[in-house]
Design a protein around this ligand. Structure first.
Ligand SMILES: [Zn+2]
Length: 359
């Protein structure tokens, strides 16, 4: 497949996040570079929103991923994102879009493995439906949404054949970009269909034209290697990440128009897949780790801020907020007296000297 390359970095981000080894310690620098580009876009959007009077939303975006706390499981060379504050505005915030997209890819890949174990004859196809470009985003979305609904309904109609009947399960997303040439909104859906018999693209195009009245554009691509359907799922679940390709004006308009709509849907055995809301990584139980804290610096990206000792499982520390970890503790009035240090040395100087035998 040849995904559009208007913003290779964004496409790369979700792929890099989703592929095996995405949490390798050696990949942390490039991972931080990706997150940093993503958050820079969120900061630009935050500025835009503040100027538009959306101060609270802008602040949520600016603070999303401001600190990232990783755990470096040094015995196995894995680094997991343990804590961060997320805004969950995935249509406006690329960092949330990437993290959430990766979660979706993983959840649906896991479900696919279960489905294929039950029916090894099912094959995956990437099926893309397009409607004609138009200037009114809400109207175009409704048209696409309705048309997809009508097509899927033919799966159950009596006395009529539809290529959609070949799909026993599907998951799809609604994606939006600006049409090349027309400049209008170009809505389309990317779907993963599971079929025993290959859907016929030309028959599907005829059905689609009859339904939409304005577009016959359907593309069907089989996954030749059925064990590697990752690319297909990436295509489906990058819809929110693609918002970062839009101008700030368009992204804001898209968010206002579509944030209440369901942009992901499914039928058959892909229904009811549970995608966790939590955007951090799962920890690796029972393994020692070192904590690595990074702070976002505008213009520079993520900078190393502090690393902690490996955790002691027998004596877990009470959880601290990120702010407590980073900000120096406020000094009380008593500690401003220079003669009375408010800290105690780990070992007293006298004992140290006697232990060394130098006194
Ligand atoms: Zn966010």
């Amino acid at each position: 497949m040849s995904p559009e390359k208007e913003n290779p970095l964004i496409d790369e981000s979700l792929a890099a996040e989703s592929k095996q080894g995405g949490d390798d310690a050696a990949g942390l620098p490039s991972r931080l570079t990706r997150y940093s580009r993503a958050h820079h876009r969120a900061v630009e959007m935050a500025d835009y929103l503040s100027e538009a009077g959306e101060v609270k939303l802008g602040r949520n975006l600016a603070l999303c991923g401001y600190y990232l706390l990783f755990r470096d499981y040094y015995t196995v060379g894995k680094v997991r994102l343990h804590a961060a504050k997320f805004c969950h505005k995935h249509l406006l915030c690329p960092l949330c879009a990437i993290r959430r997209g990766a979660r979706m890819v993983k959840s649906y890949m896991d479900r696919l493995a279960v489905i294929k174990a039950e029916n090894p004859h099912l094959n995956a196809y990437l099926v893309t439906f397009t409607v004609k470009d138009g200037s009114d985003l809400a109207e175009r979305f409704d048209h696409l949404h309705r048309s997809i609904g009508r097509l899927h309904k033919t799966r159950h109609g009596k006395g009529q054949w539809s290529e959609a009947r070949k799909a026993s399960a599907a998951v799809w997303s609604y994606e939006f970009k600006r049409g090349q040439g027309s400049g209008g909104w170009h809505p389309h859906t990317h779907a993963v269909w599971l079929c025993e018999d290959a859907p016929d693209m030309y028959k599907l195009r005829a059905e689609w034209e009859a339904i939409t009245g304005d577009s016959f554009m359907v593309d069907v691509r089989p996954f030749h290697d059925q064990d590697d359907v990752l690319n297909g799922f990436l295509e489906v679940f990058k819809y929110a990440v693609k918002f970062a390709d839009l101008s700030l004006d368009d992204a804001w308009h898209g968010y206002q128009t579509l944030s209440g709509r369901r942009l992901i849907a499914s039928f058959g055995a892909f229904r009811g897949v549970d995608v966790p809301d939590d955007l951090t990584d799962e920890g690796l139980d029972d393994l020692p780790y070192v904590e690595l804290l990074y702070r976002f610096v505008r213009g520079a990206g993520y900078e190393f801020s502090e690393s902690g000792p490996s955790a002691e499982r027998e004596r877990p520390e009470p959880p601290k907020t990120l702010v407590e970890r980073v900000l120096p503790r406020a000094r009380s009035a008593a500690t401003t007296d220079q003669k009375k240090p408010h800290w105690k040395p780990a070992i007293e100087p006298e004992r140290y000297r006697s232990a060394k035998g130098s006194d």
